[in-house]
Design a protein around this ligand. Structure first.
Ligand SMILES: C[S@@+](CC[C@H](N)C(=O)[O-])C[C@H]1O[C@@H](n2cnc3c(N)ncnc32)[C@H](O)[C@@H]1O
Length: 937
């Protein structure tokens, strides 16, 4: 997957192009507004424009605030006292104070956080932890920016960390006569540990691997006193040692309690921060002795993990983003797929006798698409677009994905359901309905005992159900109108999911209905510009008057819901009965609110599967999938008499069932409206709930490149229809032709135990790349025909690449990405170098022969250099893929990988390039640890 380091990456061209695009767009915007695009003085630290009306609209939403006030979001507060628990707010003042804490946190910039890779070599990991301790422990003076304008609630707009409410120094105004930003100086410790992101050492001690910064990324960039930390973060992010990830986003993988060797499904994985976290553990090694690094039999360390993670996302373009994100880990334990999670193929486990048992995944993560109102701190567009109906629209999709997740979880396995929404329509109501449908197969578990230092509120057992009168963005209206017109041309009303058309709801027939043009409303409506004022009284009547005046409709039960709204406000949106509530124990769910830990808002539920799903539950699952597909029988092969057992043998994944054209084209009217409404929840709708911070601008460019490379026919939600079940298309992993091997085996002297069957290609004939596929993935997924049922985007590591260089004898060279899986089998062209020589090889450019003088006799072509003393330490991967030309040597390792290798060398004590101080000064040339042909002795 990696490009060659010494050639200009094609992504540079794309980077230039997209920079140009951004500039052009900024200029166009500026031309419209009559402003100079370079004028940045009116943009505050959060990136919000400080035009008063705009900032008011952006950091306040009276409908959202009124909704959550009525729902009782501010009725409990955290009591940090001895019991450290949540207690009810009894007096109105307490509720007001709690609400203010919540609101000022929502308006504060989200502090950045990150975690150290759990799967890193212990020496590197310890070094990073030691370095981090410096940053955690040492207070340093920083300049923090604050805007001077008052915000919508009439108080100071708090754009700094909520913990830093008071300034230490007198504010300095910037921005001339009309100051828009003040700066204050404060002494802070730049980071604090996240206690629940940790690893336990074999001696029982705990290593903290997660850290939350006290400042946002802009402050980090701008303060010279923080530049050591900033540089540290950049370097280690680039080489994959750390991942920047929101604190709350780290919770689900920890709650899932994954272990090395497990089969894990990440149902909605892109952009992949949680997947990385899962792979770091699952791709590790269980019950292996770390100390000697040998597996005894072959004398070489067995490196191949037994576990794997399937990283799936319905959106193929986003699945390609996953590939980029996961590439940094260079793990063979990932299988990236693209399929609508509602129809994820039913994969079951086989026991020793070959009998199928329900579900094959030890762990399933359903981090479902959601309205993302918990991410408003970093997605300020949500302030403007928040819409209760969007949450209602997502509810059935979320439920359907979770049901599928429950089905593929194995007995005694665990499933986590999570959202970055605070809305019970997307959280507790989905969990309750899941428990209702599965009727005893799933139970909720409380993960708190395992989550040291986590401050999470209990899940709710009851809530109010409301919808909004206003519906749809301008786009939704347009799409919707168009469809209705199509239907009306047919002489009927709106097209229903089963393909029939029915009359539109009354409010849409009213030509004077304000809903007809959302944009117009936002100009006319006072609610979009007027500040929210905290309620004078917190009694329910006052709060209800407020929601009603803002256009909400509240229901006591599903029976009260108007017929035309019943598909949106479903029975499952309503809270459980008292008897159910007792049984469900929804308080075990985790509700993270922004002001409790200075994070985003988040929701997590942990389920244990204790029984197979009943026939009824399976039928409901299929029914929901059918509904979502517009009434098409997705599981038509299911034998209704046979129940689960027959479905277990399902070969035709619903993913591949062809749909009639009109469903493929999205002519499911309800779905289309729902998607549009979901879209209006943020400026970047699909990213509303991503908690991943792009770790490097270059990475974004690379993603763009990858997306462009996405094979046609695999992009989009409906791509599966294009795959034929029996067709091994070019993009599938296929076994290699036997004729490919003899020259490779000969050139590198591959030993007889070299597992040829684990090398696959994605094209027949002389494939460009030969991938190393882990045994577990090959046997459990590929050999079982998963590629016939689902679109596979990526898996394995590049082990060999076809040579384009003329002076090569063999057609393939070794690739740095998978070199550690080839090295144990190489008896030729593997050289051992001292640290000095090793360093010389990675300093770039062409290397003179006199550096590696002992390889003079080696024929031109690909070879590998191993660091002396680490030849068999496959985990550390201190190997360099090199190329011998007639007169020089070349290192085929990317800059990012070299940074990683240098960092490992430093952790091992080699403090600087040419660090002979720490080495035996007698060993300054390449060691002759190879025989005539270059084989290691
Ligand atoms: C909350 S984001 C996932 C974030 C991700 N787990 C992470 O930690 O980086 C939801 C993802 O679900 C995907 N998605 C939306 N509908 C889906 C569906 N029906 N099945 C599977 N994935 C879906 C979206 O493309 C989006 O990438």
């Amino acid at each position: 997957m990696m490009g060659h380091s010494h050639h200009a990456p094609p992504s540079q061209l794309i980077m230039a192009r997209s920079k140009w695009n951004r500039k052009r767009k900024a200029e166009e915007r500026a031309a419209k507004s009559g402003k100079d695009p370079r004028d940045k003085a009116d943009v505050n630290a959060a990136g919000y424009k400080l035009n008063q009306d705009y900032s008011v609209a952006k950091t306040s939403n009276p409908r959202m605030e009124a909704y959550y006030s009525l729902l009782g979001l501010h009725s409990t507060r955290f009591d940090a006292g001895a019991a450290a628990s949540f207690v009810p707010c009894l007096a109105d003042e307490e509720k007001t104070a709690e609400r203010d804490r919540f609101m000022s946190s929502l308006r504060a910039i989200l502090p950045a956080s990150f975690r150290i890779d759990r799967s890193l070599d212990a020496s590197v990991q310890n070094k990073l932890i030691r370095e981090m301790k410096e940053f955690v422990g040492k207070e340093t003076e920083v300049e923090i920016e604050l805007p001077t304008r008052s915000d919508a609630v009439g108080g100071k707009m708090n754009l700094m960390n909520t913990a830093d409410a008071q300034s230490d120094t007198a504010p300095q105004h910037v921005g001339g006569d009309n100051p828009v930003v003040t700066t204050i100086k404060r002494k802070i410790a730049p980071a604090k540990p996240i206690p629940f992101i940790s690893a336990t050492e074999s001696d029982g001690s705990t290593l903290t691997l997660g850290y939350q910064l006290s400042v946002d990324r802009r402050t980090l960039r701008r303060n010279p006193s923080l530049s050591p930390l900033h540089e540290w973060l950049k370097t280690h992010t680039d080489c994959g040692h750390i991942t920047r990830q929101e604190t709350v986003s780290m919770i689900p993988p920890v709650v899932l309690d994954v272990k090395p060797g497990m089969a894990v499904l990440d149902m909605c994985a892109a952009p992949g921060s949680k997947t990385c976290q899962l792979v770091e553990v699952v791709g590790g090694f269980a019950n292996r002795d770390e100390s000697d690094g040998n597996d005894g039999e072959s004398g070489r360390r067995c490196l191949e993990p037994d576990g794997y993670v399937i990283a799936n996302d319905a959106d193929a373009k986003r699945a390609y983003m996953l590939v980029t994100q996961l590439r940094r880990l260079q793990s063979p334990s990932v299988f990236v797929t693209s399929c609508d999670g509602q129809y994820f193929p039913i994969l079951d486990a086989k026991d020793d006798r070959g009998t199928e048992k329900e579900g094959m995944f030890h762990r399933v993560l359903c981090d479902v698409p959601c309205s993302g109102d918990g991410t408003v701190r970093k997605n300020p567009g949500i302030w403007r677009h928040w819409n209760q109906n969007g949450a209602l629209a997502l509810h059935p999709l979320q439920l359907s994905i979770a049901l599928r997740g429950a089905r593929v979880t194995r007995l005694n396995g665990y499933m986590v359901y999570s959202t970055c929404s605070m809305n019970p329509m997307e959280n507790e109501s989905v969990v309750a309905e899941l428990l209702r449908i599965t009727n005893g197969s799933l139970v909720l578990e409380d993960p708190r005992p395992r989550m040291e230092g986590l401050i999470a509120r209990p899940g709710w057992s009851t809530w109010k159900v409301l919808r909004e009168e206003k519906r749809g963005s301008a786009k939704a209206k347009k799409d919707h109108k168009k469809k209705n017109n199509d239907c009306q041309e047919e002489g009927v009303g709106r097209k229903e999911e089963n393909g029939e058309c029915h009359s539109p709801p009354k409010e849409r027939q009213d030509p004077n209905n304000a809903e007809e043009d959302h944009e117009e409303i936002s100009e006319r409506s006072p609610y979009h510009t007027l500040p929210y004022i905290a309620p004078e009284s917190w009694d329910e009547t006052t709060l209800r008057e407020r929601t009603t005046s803002l256009g909400f409709v509240e229901y006591n039960s599903h029976a009260d819901v108007e017929p035309e709204w019943r598909r949106r406000v479903r029975a499952s949106c309503f809270p459980p009965t008292e008897v159910e509530a007792k049984e469900f124990q929804l308080h075990k769910c985790l509700r993270c609110l922004p002001h409790d830990m200075d994070t985003g808002g988040f929701f997590v539920a942990l389920f244990k599967k204790i029984k197979p799903l009943s026939r009824d539950a399976t039928e409901r699952m299929n029914q929901m999938a059918r509904e979502s597909r517009g009434g098409i029988e997705v599981d038509a092969h299911v034998n209704r008499e046979g129940g689960n057992r027959v479905e277990n043998n399902d070969v035709d994944s619903a993913c591949n069932v062809d749909k009639s054209d009109d469903t493929i084209n999205g002519e499911n009217d309800v779905t289309m409206i729902e998607e549009s409404e979901v879209e209006q929840t943020g400026d970047e709708p699909k990213n509303n709930c991503d908690n991943l911070e792009p770790h490097h601008a270059a990475m974004e460019e690379e993603e763009e490149e990858l997306v462009q490379k996405a094979p046609s026919g695999k992009v989009g939600m409906n791509h599966n229809k294009q795959k034929k079940k029996t067709d091994l298309s070019n993009e599938d992993f296929i076994p290699l032709e036997e004729s490919i091997w003899p020259p490779i085996v000969d050139q590198f002297g591959l030993s007889p135990d070299f597992p040829k069957e684990q090398y696959m290609a994605r094209a027949s004939g002389e494939a460009k790349v030969l991938y190393f596929i882990s045994k577990a993935i090959k046997e459990q997924l590929i050999d079982r025909g998963i590629q016939n049922r689902i679109t596979v985007i990526n898996s394995g590591l590049k082990a060999f690449e076809r040579c384009s260089i003329q002076d090569a004898r063999a057609k393939y060279r070794i690739s740095q990405e998978g070199v550690q899986f080839v090295v144990p089998h190489m008896t030729k062209r593997l050289l051992v170098a001292t640290a000095d020589d090793f360093y010389k090889c990675i300093t770039g450019g062409f290397i003179e022969f006199n550096v590696l003088s002992k390889i003079k006799d080696l024929e031109p072509g690909s070879f590998v250099v191993a660091l002396e003393g680490h030849e068999h330490d496959l985990m550390k991967k201190l190997f360099l893929v090199m190329w011998k030309r007639k007169n020089a040597l070349e290192c085929f390792v990317t800059k990012v990988e070299i940074d990683g290798i240098v960092s490992k060398l430093r952790a091992l004590g080699f403090v600087s390039p040419m660090a002979s101080t720490l080495m035996d000064s007698s060993s300054h040339s390449i060691a002759p640890a190879a025989d005539e042909s270059g084989a290691v002795q």
